[in-house]
Every structure is written in structure tokens, then in C-alpha cells.
Ligand binder design. Structure first.
Ligand SMILES: [Zn+2]
Ligand SMILES: [Zn+2]
Length: 359
């Protein structure tokens, strides 16, 4: 875990011990300071972190007989002329210390928050457009009403917890740091009454719940909604988890959606495109009539303002875009062909050469 030595550091001073300190003195000094400066106990404190690195480095050197001799003799734990390598890695400390398990006050078990529940909910395009209230079936747990989540028979006499022999902790004999863990059976109390018969000691019971969720109008595909406190019940007095809903909005047959804007494609005839026309187009609620201006090109998009999806948390809406597709006539009869040729003679040469001259 330590791969960096800074030969200039005074390791004895760092640990606050004399040069003739015994191995035991070194251990004790390090242990004391490590408990004070460990990053887990000082989250976000850069000073403590660098202090912790220094004392760990000092301990790493002074607790190793060869490195300590090299350091005392040459001022470098790797011996004379050794190359320093740098880098520091906190991994491995988790096994060494067990700081996550804070001791509980005697008689107060460690509360544990309930787990979150995640569900995927599919809704139609129409429901996404209008917003919808949906009842969602959730299998979850709730705090046992008989024992109030304690998991013990109310009023029964307490006995020593068999898992931890009444100490409240489980001890892992790793290295010289005693690592201890709050007993999962009694939550650190050490004594326990017989388990509650309603919840079999779990402190919570499975329920079949119906949670009604309000999906706001305009919700996007892949949106995530949180319903507070509708997850699993907490344990030993911990609060409940949350219910997270991933919303999947089905695709619509008519409208293509991009954010709050909607897109549709509409074919028009060659003469409508050339002369202009009125066109009926669907909107999410009903339909509307738009004017196609004369000379409209294929693929051009006409915008109808405020006819897109509602924008959540506002009273605005996106726009509806109508993409025009000009259908080229498939002429069979001679009369039409003649007319088109005549039209071409009057117009097309200039028209096309104008288009081709565009950059
Ligand atoms: Zn119970
Ligand atoms: Zn126990």
C-alpha cells in the first residue's frame, strides 16, 4: 500500500518518538496517530490526509528492521543511492481498520436505513403528453407494528445475545489493529429478548403496497422519479428507503419526439408545392390547418409553435414541425406530359440552373 519514500522526512519526528524508540513504541505511536488522522474519520480534510500519509510512511519504514537500519545509516530506507518511487494507494486500509462500524451507545442499536426499490414503468405517448396518475404495485416491507421494528417480543425478558456472547461486537483478529464489527444479531446491544412472532425477529414485514405516482405532463423517456419513503422499511429505528421509478415512454405511431419538440412528415403534390396549399395536420390534441407557401421544397420543415410536448415545471410547450415531402407525379397521359413539357420550357431551365448556381 505504500510505494513512496521521501528520504528528507524525519520519520522519528513525524511519529513523535525518540531515535531509540522500541518496536512497540513505534506501533503505539502510529496506532494512536492513525486513529486520529485516518481519511475515513476526516472526510475531505486534505491536511489530515497528508498527515496520514506521512505517519504511514514513517511507520512503514521504522517498523521494518532493514528499512529502519538503511534510514538510520544512509538517510534512505532503500539504502544508498536508491531510486525513490512515488505513488500512494489507500486501498487495503479498509481491511486493516474497521472504521465503518462505529460503536453504538450502550443500549442503542445501530439504525439501518431501508434499501431503495427500483422499478421500470412503461407509459404511452399520450400519458406522457397529458401527465397521468398511475397506481404502481410494489412488494416492499414495512416496520413491524407488533414490535415497532425492534424484532423482539414486546415486554419479554432480555438474554445475552448468542451471536456475540453479550458483548455487542464481533472481533476480527487481523494484525495489531483490533477490528470489530457491530453484532448483526443484536445491533450492538448485547442482550436480546426472544424474537417477535409477527416478524420472526426481522423487525419488518412484507406488504403488498399500491403507490399512486403522479407522472408530470411532458415527462421524457428514461426520466427517473423518486417517491420518498416508499422503499424497504428501515431496521432498528432507521428510516425507510425510497422508491425509484424509471419511466419509459412508448414511441408514438404519428409523432416523433425529440425533447419537447414533435415531428411529423406529410406528403404534398408537386402542384401544391409549387402553387401553395392548405394542409390539415394532426396535433397531439386534435388537428390544425397550415398554409404551405408557394414554392415549398421537399424536406423543408414548417414550424407550428407551441404544439409540441409540455415542458415539465413550466407552462410552456415545445413546437411541432411538419416535414414536407413533395411527391413527384407519375404522369401517364399525353395531355399531362404535354403540359409539363410546356411548363418546363417556360420555367425549368432557369429554375434548375439557378439552383445549381447556389454554393
Ligand atoms: Zn415484530
Ligand atoms: Zn449480539
Amino acid at each position: 500500500m505504500l510505494i513512496c519514500f521521501m528520504p528528507s522526512a524525519d520519520y522519528y519526528k513525524t511519529l513523535g518518538i525518540p531515535k531509540n524508540a522500541s518496536e512497540d513504541d513505534i506501533k503505539k505511536a502510529y496506532r494512536k496517530m492513525a486513529r486520529k488522522y485516518h481519511p475515513d474519520l476526516n472526510p475531505g480534510n486534505k491536511e489530515a490526509e497528508s498527515k496520514f500519509k506521512e505517519i504511514t510512511e514513517a511507520h512503514e519504514v521504522l517498523s521494518d528492521q532493514v528499512k529502519r537500519r538503511n534510514y538510520d545509516t544512509f538517510g534512505d530506507p532503500n539504502g544508498p543511492g536508491a531510486q525513490s518511487q512515488c505513488g500512494f494507494d489507500f486501498s487495503g486500509f479498509g481491511d486493516f481498520f474497521n472504521f465503518d462500524q462505529r460503536p453504538s451507545r450502550k443500549g442503542h442499536p445501530t439504525p439501518k436505513r431501508g434499501e431503495d426499490i427500483q422499478r421500470t414503468v412503461h407509459i404511452s405517448f399520450r400519458d406522457a403528453f397529458q401527465g397521468v396518475k398511475l397506481p404502481i404495485q410494489v412488494h416492499r416491507t414495512e416496520t413491524c407494528k407488533i414490535c415497532q421494528g425492534i424484532g423482539e417480543t414486546p415486554g419479554a425478558e432480555k438474554q445475552n445475545c448468542p451471536t456475540c456472547n453479550g458483548t455487542g461486537y464481533l472481533h476480527n483478529g487481523l494484525s495489531f489493529f483490533k477490528s470489530r464489527q457491530v453484532c448483526p444479531n443484536c445491533g450492538g446491544i448485547g442482550r436480546k429478548a426472544p424474537p417477535c412472532s409477527e416478524c420472526q425477529g426481522r423487525g419488518r414485514n412484507p406488504i403488498h403496497d399500491t403507490v399512486t405516482i403522479a407522472i408530470p405532463a411532458g415527462i421524457e423517456d428514461n426520466a427517473k422519479l423518486r417517491v420518498a419513503s416508499k422503499g424497504e422499511a428501515g431496521q432498528r429505528g432507521g428510516g425507510p428507503g425510497d422508491l425509484f421509478l424509471f419511466i419509459r415512454v412508448d414511441k408514438d405511431a404519428v409523432f416523433e419526439r425529440k425533447g419537447s419538440n414533435l415531428y411529423i412528415k406529410r406528403p404534398i403534390s408537386f402542384s401544391e408545392a409549387a402553387l401553395g396549399a392548405k394542409l390539415e395536420v394532426p396535433t397531439p390534441e386534435s388537428q390544425t390547418t397550415i398554409r404551405i407557401p408557394p414554392g415549398t421544397q421537399s424536406s423543408s420543415k414548417l414550424r407550428i409553435k407551441n404544439q409540441g410536448m409540455p415542458i415539465p415545471k413550466s407552462n410552456q410547450r415545445g413546437d411541432l414541425f411538419v416535414e414536407i415531402q413533395v411527391v413527384t407525379p407519375n404522369i401517364q397521359d399525353e395531355r399531362s406530359k404535354e403540359l409539363l413539357r410546356e411548363l418546363a420550357e417556360i420555367n425549368d431551365h432557369d429554375l434548375i440552373s439557378n439552383e445549381r448556381r447556389k454554393p
